[in-house]
Design a protein around this ligand. Sequence first.
Ligand SMILES: [Zn+2]
Length: 199
Amino acid sequence: MGTLKLTLFHVGPVAPWANTVFHKQIEKGNAFLRPHGLRFEAYPASGSLDLDWSAPLLEQGRSGEGLAQRLALRAMAHARYASFDNRLPVILCQIGGGGGESPGSIDQKLNWLPWVVMDAFTLNEDGLTLTHEAGHCAGLKHPGHGPQGDSRLVEDGHAVTDNLMAYGTFDMATQKYGGRTLIDDWQIDAFRHAYFHSA
Ligand SMILES: [Zn+2]
């Protein structure tokens, strides 16, 4: 069983929800990955490390003040717990646009290895946001064409929306996204080559 090593952090305003959110993200992620011989292993083993930060992150995170916030938060996490064994930092906070992000992944080169920030209150109901963002940190892309997308996740001109690296299939009746259920062997290989993977 390969492990994907995480270090968990939360900022002050989301502290009351951190255990619940992380528990769901890790349980659902492990249920999804375990059949493929992978599981998450978190530090600390219970709870998460607190960061003295209160401001929500601006929605636009790829430049300007929004990027500066993300880099400052990443530096704060490093000061709180510097991982010397290649763990993936996951920071639970508030993000203007909601959801999860993976700064420094895919086409964004920063002075840190890719890491994850997640909004505490708007995550996909399937509990696989952490796993999806970790996928980006392992180099995996969304369905699509060209350098920003992965054409292996496009079939007959349509995105494979049930794949982990998509967003689920939108159900018109309930107006909600269904859970993601698919991962391909080459995507498992990417996790096995991620900097936070340990054999
Ligand atoms: Zn994504």
